[in-house]
Design a protein around this ligand. Sequence first.
Ligand code: ADP
Ligand code: MG
Length: 736
Amino acid sequence: MRLSDPITDIFRLTDQQKAALSRLGVRVVRDLLFHFPFRYEAGGEGTSIAGLVAGQEVTLVGTLEKLETKKSWKRKIPVSEGLLKDATGKIKIRWFNQPYIAKMYTNGTLVKAVGKVSGSAGKEYLANPELERLSATDVGLFKPEQKSLEKKSGLPGAGDPRTFSENSSAEGLFAVYPESRGTTSLWVRHALERLFAGGVLNEVEDPIPTEVLKRYNLPTLKTALVWVHTPQNLRDAEAARKRFAFEEVFFIQLERGRERAAQLKEKSFVVKTPDAQVAEFTNAFPFKETAAQKRAIKALLDDMSSGRPMSRLLEGDVGSGKTAVAATAAYATVNTRPEGQNFGTLQVAYMAPTEILAKQHFESFIKYFEKFPINIGLITGSGCFKFPSKVRRGEATTISRTQLLKWVANGEIPVVIGTHALIQKSVQFKHLALVIIDEQHRFGTGQRRALAKKEVQLPHLLSMTATPIPRTLALTIYGDLDLTLLDEMPPGRKQIITELVKPGERGDAYTLMRRELKAGRQAYVICPRIDEPDPAKAFALQAKSVKAEAKRLKKDIFPEYEIGILHSKMKAGEKDKTMQKFANHEIDILVATSVVEVGVNVPNATMIFIEGAERFGLAQLHQLRGRVVRSNHQAYCFVCPETRGEKTLARLKALTQAKNGFELAEMDLMQRGPGELGGRAQWGISDIGMEALKNLKLVEAARSEALTLVQKDSDLAKHPLLKEALTARTQTTHYE
Ligand code: ADP
Ligand code: MG
């Protein structure tokens, strides 16, 4: 048996099973080995669901299924219902008067439920139980002796996990796998048993160097595979998961580290503008730079004068003034002549995620460059512009796309602003020396080179983001970039007032909003995020809730104001039009999904009301709130959860206290349970990997091991297995 053997060669499968496995991404033997359980069930431990009788007070562990909310038509109160399932059976759960419960949890969530069994024989149900989310290895942790072992060390698998095997229960643990219609955990367990019995583990070679495993007491790949699928005890399962978590971070770090090393070997444009000239530029700002902006500018200019390509990420809350920093880097670039020439200038490409943002950057750049006139081009799907106009010097003018592209190609227009897609697709530069990117999480060397086309030198890269992410995540996914934080807001900005609005008590908030609307301000109303595995369905549900909320506000609350809507099902053109109307104040209140997250600047919008606030992460709420901190008027953020639970309120309270987005991002990561971190879609990291990010020591260990290895063996010639594993990884994951 080979790891690359198709599953269909080994097992006799029905068409339905084949389809299910392919949906799960399981095609060859190796895939099945790396199809990890997302939790474990303890055989015969604790109370099992089978055999419960009414009147019992119980603590049960199981997964939720079939959640829904109904109106009980006898008593006219909402009832949330669902099933709790464990290895032995199912029991119905009912929550009276808590309609949000069914919405707060998703089917398949593993929970601990504490409550009383009600009903009659054969119709037992659990009434109003308290729920607590559990993680994959939580089962059985209620036993105090295991809990204390669990916390022994922060490092992955420290202490030989094997010494804890005395904890193993005779029954062992059952692995529970992500299922798809047509497969069951039982099938996967049997299939793996057969693979193990067939000697598949003899085929497995560990890509991680032994000395690294030893240093952190991590199990070998063979051991870890056995432990992750068929653990005798939770200690083993945990050790195995830590190994895979380490492995994932280690691999990402190796990729980034190699990319980094390759970049450092490249040459780039030497951008040297005398300090005095730079000072002239920054002194012309209508404000004084913050200390953080000064530090950032210095870091960028140092990088760009070194002759090596800059790769720097500028991370700062919305409103921290990233554009001024970017403009200064652009200024230094266009002030530099191409090597060996005494005419012309180096060029800058500034890429934004949306057209509206591209236009806004264009306008900002025009202002920043007011006293230092240069040609600036804007390329959008609906037309192209150039500043200044030949006829009216202080204004921009439309020009044809062909003309714009020609002037960029011959170097007459040194700064071009547009969306990622447009610039990457169509623009040829003469001497592209600096690429500025807004809110795109990764931009690889290949993309950089492609953009510069025939240039032998790699352009400098300045990537900017307002997405606050925890340090461990930044260290991991941006391992190839230098990080600069703008952790200071411009002075004099009024602190945003954030209010926690209890559900059903919106009155005061609306009164305040009306007062501000009367004074000529505008507001965003954000509808709850809806978690749905199928994005099409999620979009449809969101659209529905946005429409309904807009209708309600118009009818019951703000009939005298113009209300607009914005959601993901709208076409790009329609979205742009609505945003434009909002920007022109033809709309007073914009009811939207979180799509408005992307940094659109409407300074007159000073209020944001966030419904269903507990469904957003703290960092995301913070980012949403950032929409309204752009003017000198007092800004307000109303955070309204659907539930009144103490935990929810306490969590949201952090928003009124945290100093900045970074702090909130850390809190967010720690508070969220596994499976709630959503790494796959956003960052290309698995659930196991995301869990690892809660552990700074693990991330730092993986990072330093990876960097040391890259330093000693940058093309991994001495580590062929590692090289192979990395290649396989890059082929299956797409970061961009
Ligand atoms: P970001 O892109 O980081 O969200 P911007 O660059 O758009 O922030 O800046 C937000 C606003 O703050 C702009 O109107 C800008 O002119 C202003 N601004 C930037 N830096 C400062 C500063 N040091 N002092 C005062 N205002 C500033
Ligand atoms: Mg910005």
